[in-house]
Ligand binder design. Structure first.
Ligand code: ADP
Ligand code: MG
Length: 243
């Protein structure tokens, strides 16, 4: 379980989070929505200790993230797979080398045979079997996202964080990434947290939705509840972001 409690974060005069609170239970897919620039990426960076709060805290499985020392943070991050905006793969490496990077960097000694097996398994999960030897430059935008997702899965994380996974993709690619997110949450026991400003994705993948607005969670509930809401802020958001 992840608990965000009364989180405050400013950058200079720019108050981004202003008392954000949210509980994320294990299992299923939570989608976090909110206008561009409202602090969605800032929020999820606090979850994995990439940013430190001004006040308030994020607790992952009972431990406050900002109080963790380096070894604990290292263990925490192993629980998470990230698919950040851009999701950069290293161009000089093959797909297989890119995906196995977290394994090679971990302290365990994997044999090449073990690595190959894990990479093949993860590629299959994202529907890209057999492309180990290709370079990122040989992949389409959608395939790059999938390969980056395979890399995020390589340590068998408990949580996957997707930061705007469909931004910049055409509608068909977006659909296929949405389907993949849905598929994965069925196939492997993982809690998915998807940040998006795309209502279409919300309808496609969410079990629960939370809306960040003016530094706070303005709404948290099911997609149905969101769509039926009579709150003007929510109605306006849905209107502006539905395709
Ligand atoms: N490291 C940083 N330093 C200064 N300002 C930042 C930093 N990261 C984010 N911000 C600011 O915080 C606000 C929220 O950003 P962000 O979380 O990226 O928005 P979004 O909801 O689009 O993901 C923006 O005004 C952004 O400029
Ligand atoms: Mg962002």
């Amino acid at each position: 379980m992840i608990e965000v409690v009364d989180l405050h974060k400013s950058f200079g005069e720019n108050k981004v989070l202003n008392g954000a609170s949210l509980t994320i239970e294990r299992g299923g897919t939570l989608v976090i929505i909110g206008k561009s620039g409202c602090g969605k990426s800032v929020l999820i960076k606090h979850v994995v200790g990439l940013l430190v709060p001004d006040s308030g805290y994020v607790m992952v499985e009972g431990k406050k993230v900002h109080e963790m020392k380096t070894p604990e943070l290292y263990d925490l991050r192993k629980k998470f797979g990230f698919l950040f905006q851009g999701s950069a793969l290293f161009d000089s490496m093959t797909v297989s080398q890119n995906i196995s990077l977290p394994l090679v960097e971990s302290k365990k000694d994997y044999s090449q045979k073990e690595i190959d097996k894990i990479v093949a398994e993860k590629l299959e999960l994202v529907g890209l079997e057999g492309i180990e030897k290709l370079k990122p430059s040989e992949l389409s935008g959608g395939m790059k996202k999938r390969a980056a997702l395979a890399r995020a899965l390589v340590t068998n994380p408990d949580y996957i964080l997707y930061d705007e996974p469909t931004t910049g993709l055409d509608p068909i690619m977006s659909d296929s990434i949405d389907n993949l997110i849905k598929d994965l949450s069925g196939k492997i026991k993982v809690t998915s947290i998807v940040v998006t400003h795309d209502m279409y994705s919300v309808k496609n993948v969410a079990h629960r939705v939370a809306m960040l607005h003016e530094g706070k969670f303005h709404f948290s509930g099911t997609t149905d509840e969101l769509l039926k809401s009579t709150d003007p802020v929510i109605i306006d958001f849905i209107k502006r972001t539905s395709k």
